[in-house]
Design a protein around this ligand. Structure first.
Ligand SMILES: N[C@@H](CCO)C(=O)O
Length: 513
């Protein structure tokens, strides 16, 4: 009762403040009011969901205020119209159904020694698996994506690669069987921090183990086993997916026929780490983050919104925004405001608003950290292999035997190669050595010069190291400013009926080697 009264009083105060400042428009801060209002709505919803006899987890659609369901709150102050229509945007939705779930019911050892007692992987597929199961393509996702890459009967909403997949398309479903998973650590049906820990029926939250990109693909190999796919036709991905497609080639080269790594990297760039670190800091310093234990209360939606605004700056490019927004203001006749005012500001505000209640904040922390740590250098892989061998006792005896011998041989190969991680300067020989397992796998590496998040140097480095490792089939393409101003997100965007990433990918996949 007390909580309801407090919440109502706070909403009343916000409304009163708005009434007052309508006569003082220069003092209006609708972007701040809206955040406060959303906290109140969450608080009310939390109170409703904790009434006797109701679930203790986050409230259901029935009891959840509209703002929490990512709709416009009935009482929200209207911001200037968002100029998202002025340019192409990725299609990302909150996916809660329409996927299949693969259940791995054995303990899963993560690279850094944590153990998941079991895990789920949400996945979707398109096309038909042929009789000898040789036409499967595993499509790896970027950070925020779900398994819903394309529409189908169980979910007719357009997917995030809707135009890339289909009969005759870039990923041609007349030829290939396409599988897309939601990675472990995420929140769209696969096991992640928001999942329930079976040992105590509480959300994992930050008790979830640290995961690596190698863990993500290792988990996917168990799905491939279940589907009876010994060897993929191709491992394809962009961004984080471009890291995964390479990582799979490193841990299971015998299972991959071709690799496509688009706007990815063989190891993270310090600039990318800086951008993701900043996002995590913003999120973790939202008092509602509560060390990750927010699932029964108000989530850190303000931190999420601001983190997404920073992320969006890294996903697109200045030259795109010059053309798209310039110095235009949402309402040129209005006095300058501290809340969104320039079109670019309303755009970022919209990106943050859309994402902040759609994606689990802890998933952002875990997955972005996994990206930061990604490094295919031989010394780093050997370090992880050694860690695995030390922790193998935590999982069952069968896994112990299988994996400890693999880990031991990797740890040994580190000594054979005589490679150690350099203390400061970036050591390329170490990366070449780490990419040696991919030397016989035809690989497409693509980069975009306007990419601010994973600079094109990352893709140049990956291609160069693959070649130095002896790979004779490295196909490298770089899109210059004339071809794409969409920066890192280029791979998500179709314009004028085409996407240059898709064209190149199609030729690579369909070429005979
Ligand atoms: N916009 C993409 C870029 C990173 O893949 C995302 O949010 O996942």
């Amino acid at each position: 009762m007390l909580r309801t009264c407090t919440a109502k009083r706070a909403i009343f105060q916000v409304k009163a403040w708005r009434r007052w400042n309508s006569t003082n428009p220069q003092m209006a801060f609708p972007c701040v009011d809206r955040a406060q209002e959303r906290s109140q709505l969450f608080q009310e919803a939390g109170f409703i969901s904790r009434k006797p006899g109701m679930t203790k987890t986050r409230s259901t659609a029935k009891t959840t205020p509209s703002a929490l369901r990512n709709e416009e709150p009935a009482t929200a102050i209207k911001e200037p119209a968002t100029p998202v229509e002025s340019g192409p945007e990725p299609i990302y939705g909150k996916i809660v159904s329409g996927y299949k779930v693969f259940q791995y019911n054995k303990p899963f050892l993560c690279d850094h020694g944590g153990v998941l007692p079991r895990f789920d992987i949400a996945y979707e597929s398109w096309g038909r698996l042929n009789a000898d199961k040789s036409n499967a393509i595993l499509l790896h996702t970027g950070l925020s994506a779900s398994s819903h890459a394309h529409s189908h009967e169980a979910n007719t909403q357009p997917g995030w690669w809707e135009k890339f997949i289909g009969p005759g398309k870039d990923l041609d479903t007349n030829k290939f069987f396409i599988i897309c998973t939601n990675v472990i650590g995420s929140c769209y049906g696969s096991t992640g921090p928001a999942s329930i820990d079976p040992s105590d029926n509480r959300h994992y939250a930050t008790r979830f183990p640290t995961i690596t990109v190698f863990d993500m693909v290792r988990a996917q190999t168990h799905l491939l086993d279940k589907l009876g796919i010994d060897k993929l036709y191709a491992s394809v991905g962009s961004s984080l997916g471009g890291m995964q497609s390479l990582a799979l080639g490193a841990i299971a080269p015998h299972r991959v026929g071709r690799i496509a790594s688009i706007s990815g990297a063989a190891r993270s760039h310090p600039y990318s780490i800086a951008l993701r670190f900043t996002q995590r800091q913003i999120l973790m310093n939202d008092p509602h983050w509560n060390h990750g234990f927010y699932y029964n209360g108000v989530p850190p939606h303000v931190g999420m919104k601001l983190a997404r605004e920073v992320a969006t700056i890294s996903y697109r490019s200045g030259p795109e925004w010059e053309q798209r927004f310039g110095m235009r203001r949402a309402d040129p006749s209005a006095d300058p405001a501290l809340c969104p005012d320039f079109l670019i500001e309303t755009y970022l505000d919209h990106a943050g608003e859309k994402f902040c209640t759609q994606y689990d904040p802890n998933s952002l922390l875990y997955i972005s950290k996994a990206m930061d740590m990604f490094d295919m250098s031989a010394s780093q892989q050997a370090t992880l292999a050694y860690k695995r061998s030390q922790n193998m006792y935590k999982v069952d005896a069968q896994n112990f035997r299988l994996e400890s011998s693999a880990a031991a041989s990797k740890a040994k190969s580190k000594n054979d190669a005589g490679v150690e991680r350099s203390s400061g300067a970036i050591e390329e020989d170490d990366l070449v050595e780490g990419m040696r397992p991919l030397r016989d796998i035809p690989t497409l590496v693509m980069g975009v010069r306007t990419d601010n998040l994973m600079p094109v140097n990352c893709q140049r480095e990956a291609a160069r190291c693959l070649r130095k490792a002896g790979n004779k089939h490295v196909h490298y393409h770089e899109l210059d400013e004339q071809k794409s101003l969409f920066g890192h997100d280029t791979f998500l965007i179709y314009r004028n009926g085409c996407n240059l990433v898709g064209d190149k990918l199609k030729s690579f996949l369909e070429e005979r080697f």
